[in-house]
Design a binder for this molecule. Structure first.
Ligand code: TA6
Length: 282
């Protein structure tokens, strides 16, 4: 059965899904199983940020949108830094469109990666990304142990949110302590007034369920998380100048708020787990 709200396009050797329904438009790259755009019709404002210098040809992970990090986060793969790809091996492979459907709530897409077993993670499992594009964008990363031994994994939906200007942003709803990557992982309390004036790279160690990106004192985007144990917050600030697929001022228009599992989730044979991020315009 065809899904009328879904079109498939090709560019530079990559395949993209373009969704346009009565509630929103969205764009998804099959390279990386990567959501690139979400524009709710409520206000026609883009919620995701993609670097103008992002590689959209399969040569590198896409800088922006929602990279899928799995089965490890950052360089936490147990080997020397750089020995294995940062953030795992799903964001740099071709995914398949397994199914699509539509109803009053929007368009529903199921994607699966080409492979889930690779250097650094030699277990039998199935991964599914379920994306619903409606008034809310809902992205669910489901991991199932299809083997006979338990395994432990980490993951993140490393979302880059579009913000008008980072210095006008306040992040609300985040509490507890965080580990500061920029200060040798020192543990610090989350600031009450969470604003941005410098490079920020933090793993908040609580399962924050609701965070809100507030711009100029007006709530703009709500970020919901389920099945996570952490929330990662990142802005490279002037460090963007040394990131080849970002321009030096790119940091001004983005904020990463990443629903994540960083403390290890163990699945017994036949068990499965979903980590979900919801993006809701306010
Ligand atoms: O999620 C934060 C982070 O791990 C940062 O430390 C920063 O390196 C960022 O992700 C981007 O990583 P990438 O491998 O996409 O350049």
């Amino acid at each position: 059965m065809s899904t009328e709200s879904l079109q498939v396009s090709e560019s530079n050797g990559l395949t993209f899904l373009e969704i346009d329904n009565h509630l929103a438009t969205a764009k998804i790259s099959l390279y990386g199983g990567h959501v690139l755009s979400f524009i709710p019709k409520k206000d026609e404002k883009e919620r995701l940020w993609v670097s103008p210098h992002a590689y959209l040809n399969g040569e590198r992970p896409i800088r922006g949108g929602i990279p899928v990090c799995w089965p490890w986060f950052s360089d936490d793969h147990g080997k020397a830094q750089g020995e294995l790809p940062a953030h795992g091996f799903l964001r740099t492979q071709m995914w398949q469109l397994t199914s699509s459907s539509e109803d009053e709530q929007g368009t529903h897409i199921i994607l699966t990666p080409s492979f889930t077993r690779g250097e650094g993670f030699e277990y039998d499992c199935a991964v599914t990304l379920s994306v619903s594009i409606g008034a809310t964008l809902s992205v669910s990363l489901i991991t199932e142990n299809t083997g006979v031994v338990p395994f432990t994994y980490n993951c993140a939906l490393h979302s880059y949110f579009h913000v008008e200007h980072i210095q006008a942003v306040r992040l609300e709803g985040v509490t507890g302590e965080y580990k500061d990557k920029l200060d040798d992982w020192a543990v610090k309390p989350t600031p009450d007034n969470y604003t941005f004036a410098a490079e920020t790279d933090r793993i908040h160690m609580t399962a924050v369920e609701n965070a809100s990106i507030v711009v100029n004192d007006t709530p703009f985007t709500d970020v919901g998380s389920q099945g996570n144990d952490s929330l990662v917050v990142w802005n490279p600030w002037q460090g963007a100048a040394s990131i080849s697929d970002m321009d030096p001022f790119g940091y001004k228009h983005m904020l990463c708020v990443e629903s994540s599992i960083t403390q290890g989730k163990t699945l017994q044979p036949t068990e499965s787990h979903a980590m979900v991020q919801t993006i809701t315009p306010v």
